[in-house]
Design a protein around this ligand. Structure first.
Ligand code: ZN
Length: 491
């Protein structure tokens, strides 16, 4: 880790340039001698009188100060001396790290759901829907980082990091690796095999998924993702609800295919995440070195105990809202699901409550990922956090799944980490300045996070996207709408 104030080591980060622009425009308006002094000083913001949830502890640190310099946290303490810093009085509000959704599919957001993406919308519209939702339903609501786990927003991530678009940080797997007929095979039944194999059907053309068979094709697809900037690999290890040809009980990729995906990913210093539901797939994938386990709602206690024993080498990724609330109820499921898909959903809904109880009881290392995409779900993502509490976790645990634990797992990307310089999901010296201020204490009342008027400040990467602490006539007022470009001001 480096703590250079000028962040020269960040490949996908433009904060320094943004700050420099401010200073250069200042220089034009001022005497050159003054400009020289200012060019050496990075922008500092000092938050005073805030109660901190650090991403891990179940207690707030009361009456603290946090010093942000450029895009990272320089200091956390009772009283911090920072002459020249822009001071924000937190007024005893709660400060949490920015929220991290560890299971998103931002490219799968056309209004009618994933299936329509194949037939009704092209990839340009897919990108437009993606940035709209990342903006309004993620960043502005306090989700400052997402792990995109199947889909290809890699160039959108580049545009966000370059300051051209406003959105959360993105750790993406790129296209999911699926076998023919697996959870990533979204082509229609009558798409000719030669089209599927040539990767020119819609989902593969956009690189939101790969339909591949055999270790050689898996190798190629994994390497193509990593070449374009994927931070990890997503494999389809078992059957799924939202796909047409794969009952939940089946295995997905063969052992040889998963082994190859793990080998290539590990060779690149990163890890493999998997979609799977049941004991057979979970255990085979554990044997093969997969580390991030999504869903898993049909597993039994011996598998849960095995995961618990592995500590933080593996993680369970809980999709609470979609599984418990939506899949539990045949009639509440998306209209684009077939009858068979809805029956699969009901089975998952029942299993999810049981799985969460076992994972909690055995203290399995856990993260939260909403899997909520497609209107209207994308508008309700934060209900996945409150759902964790309904499923038996404490508010502090629920927030830890979405902050501290998530930040640890993101760092598993090693040399493929797009944001390698600082930590994420925590408030401490040497973490990225992704910070939220809430009216009230979410550790006491988790539901308050659903009330957008209680979220009074959203800072990502040291820049403020929402600020209703001040009145509308203040030049640093940022209402709950995105700025057209990254802020020229830190506040
Ligand atoms: Zn998913």
């Amino acid at each position: 880790m480096q703590f250079s104030p000028f962040h020269k080591s960040e490949p996908r980060n433009n904060v320094f340039q943004a700050a420099l622009l401010v200073l250069i425009s200042f220089a034009f308006a001022s005497a050159p001698a003054i400009a020289d002094q200012h060019e050496k000083k990075p922008v500092q913001v000092l938050f005073k009188n805030v109660n901190i949830f650090d991403g891990f502890s179940d207690k707030l640190q009361m009456n603290m100060s946090v010093l942000v310099e450029a895009n990272y946290i320089k200091e956390v303490g009772k009283s911090i001396d920072a002459p020249g810093a822009f001071v924000v009085d937190g007024g005893g509000r709660t400060m949490t790290p920015g929220l991290i959704d560890m299971h998103q599919h931002v490219m799968l957001n056309p209004p009618e759901g994933t299936a329509s993406y194949q037939t009704r919308w092209d990839d340009a519209a897919g990108g437009a829907f993606a940035i709209h939702h990342m903006n309004h339903n993620m960043l502005m609501k306090g989700i400052t980082t997402i792990r995109d786990i199947a889909g290809d927003p890699l160039d959108i991530a580049k545009a966000i990091d370059g300051g051209h678009l406003a959105g959360p940080r993105i750790y993406s797997s790129g296209g999911a690796i699926s076998q023919t007929g697996g959870h990533g095979d979204w082509a229609g039944r009558n798409v000719p095999p030669e089209i599927l194999a040539s990767h020119i059907d819609m989902s593969q053309r956009t690189q939101n998924t790969w339909v591949v068979d055999g270790p050689a094709q898996v190798t190629k697809a994994v390497r193509l993702n990593l070449r374009r900037g994927a931070a990890f690999t997503k494999v389809m290890g078992g059957g799924g609800v939202a796909s047409e040809f794969d009952p939940l009980e089946i295995m997905g990729l063969s052992a040889d295919e998963v082994r190859k995906a793990v080998e290539i990913s590990t060779d690149n210093g990163t890890y493999v995440a998997t979609h799977a539901y049941h004991d057979a797939s979970y255990n085979r994938l554990l044997d093969l070195g997969v580390r991030s386990f999504e869903h898993g709602f049909l597993v039994t206690e011996p598998t849960v105990k095995r995961m618990a024993k592995m500590g933080e080498k593996v993680v369970w990724s809980f999709q609470c809202f979609m599984s418990v609330n939506t899949f539990g109820d045949y009639d509440a499921m998306p209209a684009f699901f077939t009858h068979e898909q809805k029956l699969k959903g009901v089975a998952v809904g029942k299993g999810a409550r049981r799985a969460a109880k076992m994972m909690n009881k055995h203290n399995v290392f856990t993260i939260g990922g909403s899997d909520m995409f497609g209107v209207p779900f994308v508008e309700r993502i934060k209900e996945d956090i409150t759902c964790n509490v309904d499923a038996g976790y404490t508010p502090a645990q629920a927030l830890k799944h979405w902050t501290g634990n998530a930040g640890k797992v993101l760092k598993w990307s090693g040399p493929k980490d797009p944001y390698p310089t600082y930590e994420l999901g925590t408030i401490k010296k040497g973490a990225y300045a992704d910070l939220l201020l809430w009216d009230g204490n979410p550790l006491k009342d988790i539901k308050l996070i659903l009330d957008e008027s209680k979220l009074v400040l959203v800072m990502k990467d040291g820049l403020t996207y929402k600020n209703t602490l001040v009145g509308v006539d203040s030049p640093i007022y940022r209402p709950a709408r995105p700025p057209m470009t990254r802020g020229q001001f830190p506040l």
